[in-house]
Every structure is written in C-alpha cells, then in structure tokens.
Design a protein around this ligand. Structure first.
Ligand SMILES: [Zn+2]
Length: 325
C-alpha cells in the first residue's frame, strides 16, 4: 500500500506541475520507435504521440485500481535467498511457488511483463489497432520500470536507510535536471527475443546491481550539504513534507555519472525488442493496413538522422519535452 502511495504522489505531481514526473517513460517510448524494423515503422511512427503520451498511464491507474501497484516492482530480497537468480521465470510457476497473496506484497513486475507481452501478441494476431497501441504503451511502461534499480528492492524509497525520497530523486529529479545533456541515441536495432523472460531477468539483475551505488552516492553527496540545503520542506494539508532540493539533485546526478542515462537507453532498447518479438510471434501482420494516414517516409527519415546525431532535443523533436512546455 505504501508503494501505491508513492506512485500516487508522482501522479499528483504530474497534474500539479505538468508532465515532468514521467519524462523518462515518455522519452524511452519515442526512442524505441526509431529502433523498429520496416514492417513496424509506419504504424509505430504514425502513432508515436499516442505511445509517448500514454507511457505513464499504468502509474496513473494505481490511483483507481488497487491491484495495479504490485505490477510495477519486485522486491527480490523478500522472495528468499538469491531470488533474483532463483525465482521462476514464468508467471504460472511463480504464482504456484509463492502464491498470489505473497506476490501482491512483494510485487511481480516481471510476471506482469509476461502477461502484457501475451496481450500485445494477441492484439497483433487479431490486427486490433486500438489494442496493439494500448498494450504496446503498457508493456513499454513496465519494461521501463524494470530498469529502475529501486523497483527491485524492498528499500524502494530509501525509507529503510534514512534516505527517504531517493526514489523520485533517482528517477525523476535527476533526469529532469540532466536530460538535456543525456545521450539519447544507441546503435541498437530491435532484436527478436527467443527467451524474453531470461533477457528480462538479466536486465533486472543489472538494474539491481546498481543499488549499492544508488544508496552510497546519496551518502557521499550528503557530506557537502547541511539539512537545510539538502531538503526542500513544504507544508501540505497542514503536514510537513520533505523532499530533496534541486541543488542536492544536481550534486547527486553528477555523482551518478552516466548510470541513469545508460538505464534510460537500455530501457528503450529492450522495449523495442519486446514490441518486435510480439509482432514476430503474431506472424508479422501487415500493420500498414491498419493505418489510414499515409506514412510520411521523408519526415521519418529526417527524424532518424536527427536521432542518430543525438539532436532530438536541440531540434525540438523530443515529444516528452514538448509536453512539458
Ligand atoms: Zn510504473
């Protein structure tokens, strides 16, 4: 329940302050589109705005659906010794082994990704335009979450190590401050995944392996800050709430180096792989037939060039930044 509260809080911030809270989710959906093969380009490029603006939707759903929260994380340490290596790869086996109640508590992000991949594959098979877009957006969101180290641990907000607020510091405050200097291009092209669950587990282990640095850099950064400089204190509904200051986020972001940027790029790469895998498994349906808009090949090619030069922001082509304005 506590975890749901954090997602809700981020959702509230979105509506109060604009769409910045979900900047990375939106950004990676756009980047993933550029990695798709010919048979998918037309449809996904024509619907890029939908995919970008609906990237945060599963987080927003947590406000109305109590079952949504645990789909966004997995606290591996609560699932037993070395669970990050030993936990079943399939949803059926995990629910059999741990039980639904237990997984509702620990979270079951990888198994939600399995379910959403199946839903997207079926949508492709049925050539159902709206369902394809809906599940592609959802799937991309959950894969994005799998690359955030704090989505893989019980200490998801630094609340167990006196670092409360670490969650939004890492995934929101720092990206907002640093996105303009991030590298948004990777050479990756969508690859077919024979064993998507295994590939996902590698990504989760990699994200989880960043945790010591995520916690430690906060401790190191704090050495240069008094509490009054480190935190921003606000009174909300008569209650005092504390969050990290912009100056602290700047220092923390500098200390984290390229780690957050790299996680953003890895998210976009794996999202493209999953979208592509669903399409191949569905028999590579002709998506152009689902689209009544003509494919603007020239503007797609031009955009690809801008993307390759890492100049999307400079050319005002990054949709997530436009939505901020
Ligand atoms: Zn989420």
């Amino acid at each position: 329940m506590k975890r749901t509260a954090i997602l809700l809080l981020l959702g509230t911030a979105l509506f109060v302050l604009g769409s910045w809270g979900f900047l990375v989710h939106r950004t990676v959906h756009q980047l993933a589109v550029y990695k798709l093969p010919k048979g998918m380009q037309h449809f996904f490029y024509s619907n890029m705005e939908y995919l970008v603006s609906n990237a945060p939707r599963p987080d927003i759903r947590t406000g109305t659906d109590p079952a949504e929260g645990p789909k966004h994380y997995i606290d591996f340490e609560l699932l037993g010794d070395s669970a990050i290596w030993k936990a079943p790869l399939t949803r059926a086996e995990a629910f059999r082994q741990y039980g639904a109640d237990s997984l509702a508590h620990t979270g079951y992000l990888p198994y939600q990704i399995e379910t959403t991949l199946e839903l997207l594959t079926n949508a492709f098979r049925n050539k159902n335009r709206d369902s394809i877009l809906f599940y592609a957006a959802d799937l991309g969101h959950y894969i994005g979450d799998a690359h955030v180290p704090l989505h893989t641990t019980e200490n998801y907000d630094g609340q167990l190590s006196n670092q409360k607020g670490l969650h939004s510091l890492w995934e929101t405050l720092v990206p907002v401050l640093f996105l303009d200097s991030f590298h948004l291009y990777s050479r990756h092209k969508a690859k077919y995944l024979r064993q998507p669950a295994e590939k996902l587990r590698v990504a989760l282990r990699q994200a989880n392996s960043l945790l010591p640095a995520v916690f430690n850099e906060e401790i190191q950064a704090s050495k240069n800050f008094t509490d009054s400089l480190k935190y921003r204190v606000q009174i909300r509904n008569g209650k005092e709430s504390r969050s990290y200051s912009t100056a602290f986020a700047q220092e923390y972001g500098n200390r984290c180096g390229k780690a957050i940027n790299q996680q953003l790029l890895r998210s976009a790469d794996l999202i493209a792989d999953y979208w592509y895998t669903a399409w191949v498994n569905a028999g590579r349906p002709n998506l152009a037939a689902l689209e009544n808009k003509p494919f603007d090949k020239d503007s797609y090619k031009k955009e690809q060039q801008v993307y390759k030069k890492n100049e999307l922001i400079k050319n005002k082509m990054l949709l997530s930044k436009k939505e901020q304005q």
